[in-house]
Design a protein around this ligand. Structure first.
Ligand SMILES: CN(C)C(=N)NCCC[C@H](N)C(=O)O
Length: 253
């Protein structure tokens, strides 16, 4: 059974960082409910979840994807591009180490957020932008090189993270909402989707895609391609520039 790391929202969630969108009030009770439904959707589709201990003083800690990048037996622990988020990594590291992963850490002056990292087979695209810098990308490349991984840097200027703009379907096609993708030509195969949140898919298995309720037209498009969307409402996390990928770390070994 595949495992996903998750992290319960902080009671201070509503104070989370907002960079590229206007701040709107977060309904905390609704957010907790949506988080629980997200976790339920993972369980319902055959995933086992492990909770990273919560860190109440970090409003953005629910976005656990940003704390690490996992490939093979190695977890590279991120060093958040936003100072406010640096304290999130320590407990995430302990949790993934307890799952049997080797650990390498991104060190100063490197910064890297897991949301900037898109893995497609043994190719890893890393968004260089507001949160992830060149030193962080080089350290990620050095960490994964012994595992035969190719790390490609791509620009991210229009959105928070690379995975705010693009993710990939099970066949490796990169999907993105074109107005927000800096360089669609950076990817071998690119398909545009009709909504911003349609760019965000979590691969649950070979044909099921976890998606946000805010992208119904993209869900239809994926259905027409033979995939089965599993839809969750994550409106309160979207108000903080979160998406379906951010709320878990999928351990696929
Ligand atoms: C792919 N994405 C978008 C993520 N992995 N993380 C979202 C983090 C949002 C948080 N308010 C922040 O600004 O850090």
């Amino acid at each position: 059974m595949p495992t996903a790391l998750i992290r319960r929202p902080s009671p201070r969630l509503a104070e989370g960082l907002v960079t590229h969108i206007e701040r709107t009030p977060v309904d905390l009770a609704l957010a907790f409910d949506q988080w629980q439904r997200y976790v339920d959707a993972l369980h319902d589709t055959g995933w086992h979840t492990v909770e990273v201990p919560p860190i109440d003083e970090c409003p953005d800690s629910v976005f656990v994807e940003d704390t690490m990048v996992v490939y093979g037996d190695l977890a590279v622990i991120a060093r958040a591009g936003a100072d406010e988020r640096r304290a999130e990594a320590a407990a995430a590291e302990e949790t993934v180490a307890a799952q049997g992963y080797r650990i390498v850490r991104i060190d100063e002056p490197g910064t890297l957020d897991g949301g900037d990292v898109l893995k497609i087979g043994s190719t890893i695209y890393v968004g260089q932008g507001g949160r992830t810098n060149a030193a962080g990308i080089q350290q990620l490349r050095d960490g994964f090189a012994p595992l035969g991984v190719d790390v490609h840097a791509v620009p991210v200027r229009k959105v928070l993270h690379l995975k705010s703009a693009v993710t990939a379907l099970p066949d490796g096609t990169v999907v993105g909402y074109e107005p927000l993708v800096d360089d669609p030509a950076a990817f071998d195969a690119f398909r545009s989707v009709p909504e911003e949140a349609g760019a965000h898919v979590v691969l649950l298995d070979d044909d099921r895609l976890l998606m946000a309720a805010s992208a119904p037209k993209s869900a239809e498009l994926f259905e027409s391609l033979g995939y089965r969307p599993v839809v969750v409402d994550i409106s309160e996390f979207e108000k903080l520039e979160g998406c379906v990928t951010c709320l878990s770390v999928r351990l696929r070994r």
